[in-house]
Structures are given as C-alpha cells and as structure tokens.
Design a protein around this ligand. Structure first.
Ligand code: HEC
Length: 168
C-alpha cells in the first residue's frame, strides 16, 4: 500500500511539473507570436508592439488555475520585478548560459509555494532590443517608453531571466 501511495505521489508530482512546463511553453509561444508580428515591420515596430502586448498577453495567462510571469535582474519593465525569493533563484541561474544551460525545474519558495522556473537565454533576434548595438531609432523609442531600462548590453547566449509558473 505504502509503495503504491509513494508511486502515486511521485507520478502526480511529475505531471504537475509537466503541466506547468506546458503552460510556460504556451505563454512563451504567445509572446513570441506577438514579437514576430511586430518585428515584420522592423525592430522599432516590434518594440512598440511588445510594449503594447507583453503585459496583456501575460495577464491573459493569469487565471484561476495559474499565475505566470517573466522576471530578470536587469529589468526593462518594472512590473516584471522579481520577489526576494525569485531574486535568489535568478542569481543562481545568472552564471549559466546557452552554452552551459541550467535546467527548468520546480522550486519550493520560503512560503512553501511551488514555482516552475525556466531560464531564458539571449538569441540573435533578441539582441535587436536587448543587445549592445541597438539601432538609434529603437534606442530612442526604448528611452521614451522605459526611461529606467536596464535590459540592454546583453551578449548572445547570455542568461536573460526566467519564465515562472505557479499553480493556484
Ligand atoms: C522588438 C524588441 C524586442 C525584442 C526583439 C525582444 N524583446 Fe524582450 N522585451 C522587449 C520589451 C519592449 C520588453 C518590456 C515588455 C513589457 O513592457 O512588459 C521586454 C521584456 C523582456 C523580458 C521581461 C523582463 C523585463 O526586463 O521586463 C524578458 C525576460 C525578455 N524581454 C526576454 C527577451 C528574449 C529572450 C528575447 C529574444 C527571444 C527578447 N526579449 C526579444 C523588447 C524586445
């Protein structure tokens, strides 16, 4: 009996992680879709589009079942600020890179809540808006919309932040 119980717990534990991973995946897909739509007209249009859509898309994934978001130690939008717990998690991930990535996993927070986190690494296209050589038109638009923008100067493959999913 005990073994069956342990097995059931183990298996359901796995599905919880997988379920959250699925939510994280569709959240990132939805954001990427908006990014691509905007980028068709160039990085400046892409930026304006993301500025309009990122938060509404994030909110549309926050429902009675899940809470989702993106966090970083170098923020563009202050509403993506990490909690103290997630700050610690971000520091642990910050030495990883696309070449030596860390795994996505479920982490238990200090209040015993479980959160699924998945690292994001800088790809070539991301550098248009987060890199060291940003087009001047994009740069001025960034300054206008995010006067306290810290999310620039990234290199290819660098750790950018985390997607997180909590189950309610
Ligand atoms: C067209 C410009 C553009 C491109 C390309 C872009 N981003 Fe962003 N990124 C933004 C904007 C604008 C925000 C702020 C969105 C908001 O207001 O919530 C942002 C915010 C973020 C955030 C949330 C944390 C924060 O600082 O607010 C993460 C994480 C992120 N981007 C990662 C990426 C990754 C990874 C890529 C490549 C796959 C990428 N970005 C490509 C413009 C861009």
């Amino acid at each position: 009996m005990k073994l069956i119980l342990a097995l059931t717990l183990l298996l359901s534990g796995n599905t919880f992680a997988e379920e959250r991973a699925e939510v994280a995946k569709s959240f990132m897909k939805a954001l990427q879709k908006e990014l691509m739509t905007g980028m068709k007209k160039g990085p400046k249009a892409g930026l304006i589009h993301c500025n309009d859509k990122a938060i509404p898309v994030t909110n549309s994934f926050n429902n009675d079942k899940y809470e989702v978001g993106r966090v970083s130690l170098k923020l563009r939008n202050p509403s993506n600020a990490p909690s103290d717990d997630l700050k610690k998690v971000l520091s642990k991930y910050s030495s990883s890179s696309a070449k030596s990535p860390m795994e996505a996993k479920v982490i238990v927070l200090s209040n015993n809540e479980e959160v699924f986190v998945k690292p994001l690494y800088m790809k070539g296209a991301c550098l248009n808006c987060h890199g060291a050589n940003i087009q001047s038109g994009v740069k001025s638009e960034l300054q206008k919309r995010y006067p306290d923008d810290k999310a620039v100067g990234y290199k290819l493959g660098e750790f950018r932040g985390l997607v997180w999913v909590k189950k309610k």
